[in-house]
Ligand binder design. Structure first.
Ligand SMILES: [Fe+2]
Length: 459
């Protein structure tokens, strides 16, 4: 009797354990929606059959092509983009006007255990749309090929650059978004768009998110930008937070389609160059540079060769780590020693950076003078932050403007020989401003524009 009772009790305990284990595994491995409907970020994390995380990237030939990327659930294994020249009404939908292109589709499973996020199975789709004409507006949509509108995104507008390379254009530069991206970064990108909705592209200088493998954080980044990501092309440079276990996140390469013309296979979509009208845009991968001696050598040599063969009037280099120091006695010596001589040799116009969670803008020979007009000025360096994570900095001699505890974005407008840079606070107040005027021999005049002392006023 005792033996039977013991057997029955053991059976009961065993059954309970198996059931709990099974439930736990079920919880961890199942991506079915209702199980996670109590997660606040449910809609941000999980894909559906309707396209989300839609983003347009610049290609190496922005006047004739753009890249579009989106995500769905893995139920969608064949996806399409449709594109037409924009019309005033629905005429673009007339017979023969819409071009359909099949997407490249890649499945990806992510499970960010560190942040206790569930398994996410997604399909990432991308297309480089070619054979476009410069200076034209197009409409495009993404979907699974259904005859009706179900399963398709809305039609998004997009424009290609001007055929005249020296015609005016503008872009927005963002420092680190990184944390509280939905909650507190969203208003920064939205304010920037409100201020210049006709902007040509956006440039993110790294640390877009905090944890590279977090589907929730990436979901927040896409949520914050919403349709802006789908209508204003962007490019991005990786920061240290896009790296995990010394590797660039797979979410970076799956979510974006960036140029692959860097010096190493592993630097595709991280270290690259492209021309936008009369500007050469160069992205370097600072984290890879820091991690691997071979990458440092390859990127340094590559930068020299790209600048040696450059024929564009303006050059903007973006790198996540600051090249000039931001705090007394603390700098990225390796980076500075390797890259600054090349930047100087070719007199690069702008170096845009992040990482320090503060603001600084200046040039190496400023010597704390902050003159209104500087003739034959050399490279201008800027460090900025767009998200709410804040850190200290020192007011060093190279800095014309130094600031802390302010979320910022920069509108950079170029018209032939003139480049205007305005930094704005999240409220849209001017924070820093300068103009660069390029002379015939490539020498530049810097005008430090007067900016009201707005910090106190806006508190
Ligand atoms: Fe960083």
């Amino acid at each position: 009797m005792k033996k039977t009772l013991f057997f029955l009790l053991s059976l009961l305990v065993f059954t309970c354990c198996v059931s709990i284990k099974h439930k736990h595994e079920h919880h961890k491995k199942h991506t079915h929606y209702p199980l996670y409907s109590n997660i606040p970020a449910h809609k941000i994390i999980f894909p559906s059959t309707t396209p989300d995380r839609i983003i347009v990237n610049l290609t190496e030939d922005p006047a004739h092509s753009f890249a579009v990327n989106w995500r769905t659930s893995q139920q969608i294994d064949t996806a399409y983009v449709e594109i037409a020249e924009e019309t005033h009404g629905p005429d673009f939908l007339s017979e023969g006007k819409v071009r359909r292109i099949i997407a490249k589709t890649k499945g990806l499973e992510t499970e960010n255990i560190d942040d206790d996020e569930p398994l996410v199975k997604a399909a990432f789709h991308s297309v480089i749309i070619k054979n476009l004409e410069p200076e034209k507006t197009y409409v495009y949509r993404l979907g699974d090929g259904r005859k009706n509108d179900d399963g398709w995104s809305e039609w998004f507008q997009i424009k290609t650059p001007n055929i005249d390379k020296n015609a005016p254009y503008s872009f927005i530069y963002f420092g680190d978004a990184q944390i509280k991206v939905k909650s507190e970064w969203s208003r920064v990108i939205r304010k920037s768009y409100q201020m210049i909705p006709e902007v040509d592209f956006m440039y993110h200088a790294g640390d877009l998110i905090n944890h590279s493998e977090s589907d929730k954080e990436w979901g927040e980044w896409f949520y914050a930008g919403s349709f802006i990501h789908a209508t204003v092309p962007s490019i991005m440079t990786p920061g240290n937070h896009e790296y995990h276990n010394k590797k660039l996140s797979r979410l970076w390469t799956h979510q974006f389609t960036l140029p692959e013309n860097g010096p190493l296979d592993e630097l595709k979509e991280a270290c690259y160059a492209l021309d936008y009208q009369n500007m050469k845009l160069i992205s370097l991968d600072a984290r890879s540079f820091e991690l691997h001696e071979y990458s440092k050598k390859a990127q340094t040599k590559w930068l020299d060769s790209v600048l040696a063969s450059n024929t564009q009037k303006w050059v903007t280099l973006t790198i996540h780590y600051p090249i000039l120091p931001t705090i007394e006695g603390r700098g990225n010596t390796d980076l500075s020693e390797a890259l600054k001589p090349i930047i100087d040799k070719y007199n690069v116009d702008l170096v845009l950076q992040g990482h320090n969670h503060s603001y600084a803008r200046g040039h190496a020979s400023n010597n704390a003078l902050g003159k209104t007009v500087v003739n034959n000025v050399e490279t201008i360096y800027a460090i900025s932050v767009s998200g709410p994570k804040m850190a200290g900095s020192s007011n060093l001699d190279w800095m014309v403007k130094e600031g802390k505890h302010t979320q910022l974005f920069q509108i950079i407008s170029v018209s032939n020989d003139t480049l205007k840079y305005n930094a704005y606070t999240t409220k849209g107040s001017l924070y820093d401003s300068f103009t660069l005027i390029k002379g015939k021999g490539g020498n530049k005049k810097l005008l430090n524009n007067k900016v009201e002392e707005i910090i106190e006023k806006n508190k």
